[in-house]
Each structure stands twice: as structure tokens, then as C-alpha cells.
Design a protein around this ligand. Structure first.
Ligand SMILES: *Cc1c(COP(=O)(O)O)cnc(C)c1O
Length: 423
């Protein structure tokens, strides 16, 4: 049977063992949501734990810190334990705290100690702007010049990075390496194990940004010997807009003084002694700063259940099947319309497809007008993320069909080729 048909997509959906999870989510009505890598959708379980914590505030007031179903005082650590399997960390190595950017600041200020010849930070030229801004400012805080101290490994094709090139750049001048696990535009999954090995051999500290990988691909951070990692939870983990992020710190670094200290990094039994000499927690908890954002961490309590029930392997398998099917449909339907696939097509692809087209900005607007939610990444990228927990093979088929209609009938020409404020 021709795979590029609605009937075939429906057969794939019938065979899909994760299909029942779709009804756990609030799917925007009459829309096909393909943007779960920017903002994951709300699930009923996330909604219910959010409401439970609003209720604990309502009924318990200050006592909510230690009483009720989810005492607030311990949530950051408990959620750390629950996220640990997603990153391959030990329970004590992970904590829910901060945001991607603030956690990066915390970890770089903890680990970046330029001295002698080793003064540079190694990153890449395709990195997300916020990460680069944070690294530049951390270099400035050391009284150094980011133009001299920040190395950005070049990409040969503007889309992907070559691990060998990154390893070649790990010279004796490099003090710290910060790289994405999955690149936000092309979705390339970097070989974290090989990169970490190379960094460890050269005595260079290495950390990864897991924003686009957590909840989408698996990691073995502890086993690989990664020094640290950080992430947000509003993309594949479906924690809600601005939900609290997470960080991993390898246990070999436990006891290392936090660059940015604050009382929530205390040993929990000592925190309320109110002493002016801090007794830091002996695990990842030490890298928290202030009072946790309880209402912004609450949805994760429910959302993570689904990852626990399924395990990352099954989620990744379905994700790969969805993106494989999407590429198949694109090749069959869009061949003559000057689209290029910008993501790696092999198993080093992450959870989304990157379609390149010079009219990408207005094609995205036309897609939205037709009920498909993509996101645009300047200058020419259309990201489409069919998410394992809530997208179907039929969604994928429909998306490509609508894309073809827009291109064939040239309806995208009604829109200006400009981006909106967000995306
Ligand atoms: C989403 C994302 C961010 C966002 O950082 P916030 O601090 O949550 O605003 C940063 N870096 C990367 C690579 C991302 O994908």
C-alpha cells in the first residue's frame, strides 16, 4: 500500500501503542499542533497538579511548605529525583530549579575559573542566543574580553556541527565547554558521549544544554561523565509557559561551592537556622538560589507521570517513527517545490523536522491560517515537531497535505515574508 495516504496514516495510528496518550492532552480545537518543541501542550494531569497546589495555598497558607499532598519545601528535590531517569543522572544529581539561562549562569559561575593559559570557553556558532549572551557576560564578569575568550566552533553547512571539529578545538587554552545536546534549528543530536570523553581526557569541564533533548531523546549523563547540564521543562516536558527548569551536576563535583549562592542551596535541615555562614546541601540541591516558583513547578508533578509510565525508549521510538513518516510524505509530495530537509535524516535527528524554503516566513503564516501550528526560525526555517505523546500519524499526513496545497495554490503569497514577534 502506498504509504502516503490517509488510510495508511490511520493504520499507523491503529498500531501505535502510545495513541491513548493523545486524549490526556488538551489539543487546540480544529488545529494541528506541530510546535511542541517550543511549548508543549497542557495535559489533564498537569492541570490537576497545578490546581492541587493552588488549592494547598488556598487551604493551608504558610503551612503548605510542609503539609498537604505535595509539601512545597521538598518539591525541587523530589522533581529532581523524578527527572533524573530522563537525563541518566542519579537522583541526587538533579534538581528542579531556575530557568535554562539562570541555571547556565549558575553553572558557569561555579565551573569557569580561567587561570594561566586555560581561559577560554568553547561553544558553537549555531548555539541559541541566550546561551551565548550568558557566556559572554560570564567572561566579562571575569574581567576578560568575550571576543577573545569565547570560541564558537564553525558549522560547515550552517545547520549541523561536526564532532571531530569540536574535539580539534579542545585545546590547552580551553577551560570550559558548553554545547547543546540537540541543536534548536536543525535538531541534530550531538554525540555527547564522544565529546565528553574527549573533554575528560583533556581535563576540560563540559556541560550540555538539554532544552531540545530532555523528554525527546535519552541521555546517560552520569555514565558518560558529563560535568553538568541544564534545561527548561516547557518544551518536550510540557510543564507550561515559563515552567521551572532543571540542572544536573555530576556527583564527583558534590561539595563544590556554588558560584551564585542563596539560602535555598542550603542543607534543608539547616536552612532555617538563619545562620550567616551557609551550610550548603551536599548534592545538586546546593545550586538552587532563592525560593522555588511553586506554581510554575506544579504542572510537572502531573506531566512527568506519563514519561515515567512509558520510559524514554518507547517515546523516542515513536518520535523517530513520526519524523520518518513526515520525511517520507515530504519526499513524496513536495519534491518539485524547492523545499530542503535541514535536519539530519539518520538517527542523529532529534524530535523535529526542519524544512528550508526561502519563503518560509509567509509559508508559516499560511500554515497557521490553515490550522497548522509550526514555528518559524529565521531566515528560512520551518520547524515541525510531531510529538510522541500527543501527535498522530494522521496529523503528520494532514500537515504535509496542507503544506502542499499552500505551495501549489500559492496562497502563501497573500502574506508578507516577515516573522511575527514570537517565532
Ligand atoms: C528554549 C531554549 C532556551 C530558553 O532559555 P530560558 O532561560 O528558558 O528562556 C535557551 N537555550 C536553548 C538552547 C533553548 O532551546
Amino acid at each position: 500500500m502506498d504509504s502516503n495516504t490517509l488510510e495508511y496514516a490511520k493504520i499507523l495510528d491503529q498500531q501505535d501503542q502510545l495513541a491513548s496518550y493523545r486524549k490526556e492532552f488538551y489539543l487546540p480545537e480544529q488545529k494541528i499542533y506541530m510546535d511542541g518543541n517550543s511549548l508543549g501542550l497542557l495535559s489533564r494531569r498537569a492541570e490537576s497538579t497545578l490546581l492541587a497546589l493552588v488549592d494547598s495555598w488556598k487551604t493551608l497558607g504558610i503551612d503548605g511548605w510542609t503539609e498537604g499532598q505535595y509539601p512545597w519545601f521538598y518539591l525541587a528535590e523530589q522533581l529532581g529525583e523524578r527527572m533524573a531517569p530522563l537525563v541518566g543522572g542519579k537522583e541526587s544529581e538533579v534538581v528542579a530549579t531556575g530557568s535554562t539561562t539562570t541555571n547556565l549562569h549558575q553553572l558557569v559561575s561555579t565551573f569557569y575559573r580561567p587561570s594561566g593559559k586555560r581561559t577560554k570557553i568553547l561553544a558553537d556558532e549555531l548555539n541559541f542566543p541566550s546561551d551565548i549572551y550568558a557566556l559572554q557576560s560570564q567572561i566579562r564578569l571575569q574581567g576578560l574580553n568575550p571576543d577573545e575568550q569565547l570560541i564558537r566552533v564553525k558549522s560547515d553547512d550552517g545547520l549541523t556541527l561536526n564532532e571531530d571539529r569540536i574535539i580539534e578545538a579542545m585545546t590547552e587554552e580551553v577551560a570550559l565547554i558548553v554545547l547543546p545536546a540537540v541543536l534548536y534549528r536543525s535538531g541534530q543530536v550531538l554525540n555527547m558521549k564522544a565529546l565528553t570523553n574527549a573533554a575528560n581526557e583533556r581535563g576540560i569541564t563540559i556541560g550540555f544544554d538539554l532544552c531540545h533533548s530532555i523528554g525527546s531523546v535519552s541521555h546517560e549523563l552520569h555514565e558518560w561523565g558529563v560535568d553538568f547540564a541544564f534545561w527548561c521543562t516547557y518544551k518536550h516536558l510540557n510543564g507550561g509557559p515559563g515552567s521551572v527548569g532543571g540542572l544536573f551536576i555530576h556527583e564527583k563535583h558534590f561539595g563544590k561551592e556554588a558560584g551564585l549562592a542563596g539560602w535555598f542551596g542550603s542543607d534543608k535541615t539547616k536552612q532555617f537556622d538563619m545562620n550567616h555562614t551557609m551550610t550548603a546541601a551536599g548534592d545538586a540541591g546546593a545550586y538552587q538560589i532563592g525560593t522555588p516558583h511553586i506554581l510554575s513547578v506544579a504542572p510537572l508533578l502531573g506531566s512527568l507521570e506519563m514519561f515515567e509510565e512509558l520510559g524514554m525508549e518507547r517515546i523516542r521510538d515513536k518520535s523517530l517513527a513520526l519524523t520518518a513518516y513526515m520525511m517520507e510524505c515530504i519526499q513524496a509530495e513536495l519534491e518539485e517545490y524547492s523545499f530542503d530537509i535541514g535536519n539530519p535524516t539518520d538517527s542523529t535527528r532529534g524530535g523535529h523536522i526542519l524544512l528550508l524554503h526561502k519563503e518560509a516566513a509567509r509559508i508559516c503564516q499560511a500554515l497557521k491560517a490553515e490550522g497548522v501550528i509550526p514555528d518559524f526560525r529565521a531566515p528560512d526555517g520551518i520547524r515541525l515537531a510531531p510529538v510522541a505523546l500527543y501527535n498522530s500519524f494522521e496529523d503528520v499526513w494532514q500537515t504535509v497535505k496542507i503544506l502542499k496545497k499552500i505551495i501549489k495554490e500559492e496562497t502563501y503569497k497573500q502574506f508578507p515574508n516577515e516573522r511575527g514577534v514570537v517565532a
